[in-house]
Structure formats: C-alpha cells, structure tokens
Design a protein around this ligand. Structure first.
Ligand code: ADP
Ligand code: MG
Length: 293
C-alpha cells in the first residue's frame, strides 16, 4: 500500500504545478545531489529572435537572410524558427525548400532556388567539405562572445555568411539555481550549443560547471558519466534531444512548455515551465518523506 503521506505529497504537487508520474518518484527526488540543466528552453526561454546576418566578403546580406530563412522554414528547431521569422520580416514570400533534411545537433540542409544550402555549425559544413574563411570564423566568435548563438550559412560548396540569434535567460532561473544550491544540489549546464555561449549563460545564472557542444545522442552519456562518478542525478530538459537523458537520470524533470517526447520520458512535469518548479518538487519531496521517516 502507498503511504498516505506520499499521496498527500503528490496532491500538493499538483497544486504547485508539479505533475509526478507516481508516488514512488518522491523517494528518488529526495536523494539527488546533482542537477543537470539543459540550456535552451530550460534555463533560457528558447524563444529566440534573429540578431544579426553577416555576409562574407562579396555576398549580399538580404540574399543571405532570404536563403537561410527559406531553408530554416522547414525546421522546428528554435534557432531555425527565429531565422525564418527574421527573414520573413524583410521578405514575407520566402522561396520553397526542397529535399529538406535535419542534421540533429548540427543543422539543416536542403535545396532553395536551385542552390544546395547548409545552415548550422562548423561540423555540418565540415561534413560537406566546405571551408570556413578566417573572416567568418571571427564574425561568428564575435557574436558568441555577446552570448548569441551563431550559425554558418553555405550554398553550392561556399560559406556565405553567419546568422546569429539571441535568447534570454528566464527571469526565475538565477534565483531557482541559487535555491537548488541551498538545497545541496550542484548545478551543471548541459548543451549542444557552443562553449562561449554556454559560459556566458552560466555566468548570468551562477553555474560553474558547463558541458557544451554535446550532440543530442551524447547527452545521455553525460548523465551516465556523472552517475559513474557516484552522483545521484536529476536532469531538467525540454527538447526531443533531452528525452534519453531524462530517462537515464535518477530523476527526470520536463518543462511543461517542452516537447511531448521530453514529457513522456520524465518522472515529473513542471507545468509552469520554469526552474522554480524543480525547487518546489525537491522541497515537497523532502517535506513529505520527512513525515514518514
Ligand atoms: P540544445 O542542446 O541547446 O537544445 P541542439 O542540440 O538542438 O541544442 O543544437 C545544437 C547546435 O546545433 C545549435 O546550437 C546549432 O549550432 C546547431 N543546430 C541544430 N539545429 C539547427 C538548425 N536547424 N539550424 C541551425 N543550426 C542548428
Ligand atoms: Mg532544450
């Protein structure tokens, strides 16, 4: 039989906007000592906006944005949506994309106006043997130093420019992380984004440990690695790319504003979609179990 205090705890959770998949979850919630936080959509809002479009020498800015936007209109990734929306502001009738393909964790490819287009990180361009001129690498690094996520645009085998998007830290993230520390949890920032951008976000919210540039399939390995160090790991995420890591963690928490895949893989859903929910869940589990043990 389920102890009454556990049922009370889960009922109180619903009032706090914390959906717990079963009363036994409170036990693992109480024991975690490390909390891995996905960056985009978890610590930050994930509602990105176009910041800059920087053409390579001899390229046209409007054309760069139009072609990149047309390709990204085929993707649901928050970076892609921001680039497509920004491009539509200057040109509402973007050309169609054909043969669109997602390269998870690295970018997207497709055909726009007869051009073979790539938008994504260095690794994606590298896969297609496109070289990145020093000038564009520097422009990308300068955007990243401002805390923006920057991606490269290439077509027909030539790098054509850099497009950057900005995201904001959620207003409650820094306070939630401070309280998680008070509860004895060590926060770790985990992201597929570039190290520079990740460090800037970590600095803003008070996280020291950053694991950046992680491919979607490798997020689960990071959680396993921490567990191998003897840590009891909670993971908070929102994306399809977080689902396996959420399932592997001792405790998986999904943002209620996130994808169905993340919610299905998690033990707890934070309905409000902010990290204060994680604080509430841990406090609640400790208080509830404290009445039994
Ligand atoms: P996160 O872990 O922050 O949720 P992802 O794993 O989804 O990020 O993506 C990692 C990186 O891959 C992004 O920062 C970006 O550089 C690149 N990327 C992924 N998808 C796209 C896309 N559709 N367009 C451009 N870049 C992309
Ligand atoms: Mg995310």
């Amino acid at each position: 039989a389920t102890p009454t205090a556990l049922l009370v705890g889960t009922g109180r959770g619903a009032q706090l906007g914390i959906l717990i998949s079963g009363p036994e979850i409170l036990e693992s919630t109480r024991k975690v000592d490390t909390i891995v936080l996905d960056k985009t959509g978890t610590v930050t809002s994930g509602r990105m906006a176009l910041a800059e479009a920087i053409p390579a020498a001899g390229e046209d800015r409007a054309e760069l944005l139009r072609i990149a936007g047309a390709l990204e209109a085929g993707s649901e990734h928050p970076i892609a949506q921001a680039i497509a929306a920004g491009a539509r502001e200057s040109d509402p009738a973007l050309p169609e994309v054909e043969s669109f393909r997602n390269a998870p964790g690295t970018g997207a490819s497709g055909v726009v106006d007869g051009r073979a287009v790539l938008v994504g990180r260095e690794a994606l361009l590298g896969d297609w043997a496109v070289t990145i001129p020093a000038e564009l690498a520097a422009a990308k690094a300068a955007e990243e130093a401002k805390g923006r996520t920057a991606v490269l645009v290439a077509w027909d085998g030539v790098a054509r420019g850099v497009v950057s998007v900005s995201d904001r830290v959620k207003p409650t993230s820094a306070e939630a992380i401070r309280q998680l520390r008070e509860l004895g949890l060590e926060p770790v920032l985990l992201t597929g984004d570039h190290e520079t951008v990740a460090r800037e976000v970590a600095r803003e919210v008070g996280i020291d440990r950053v694991i950046a540039g992680v491919m979607p399939a490798d997020k689960v390995e990071v959680v396993r690695g921490l567990q191998a160090e003897g840590k009891r790991v909670a993971m908070v995420g929102d994306g399809v790319n977080d689902a396996a890591a959420l399932a592997q963690a001792d405790l998986g928490l999904a943002m209620g504003t996130g994808t169905d895949a993340a919610i299905a893989a998690a033990d707890i859903t934070l309905v409000r979609g902010d990290l204060m929910g994680a604080v509430d869940a841990i406090r609640l589990s400790r208080r509830t179990l404290g009445t039994i043990y």
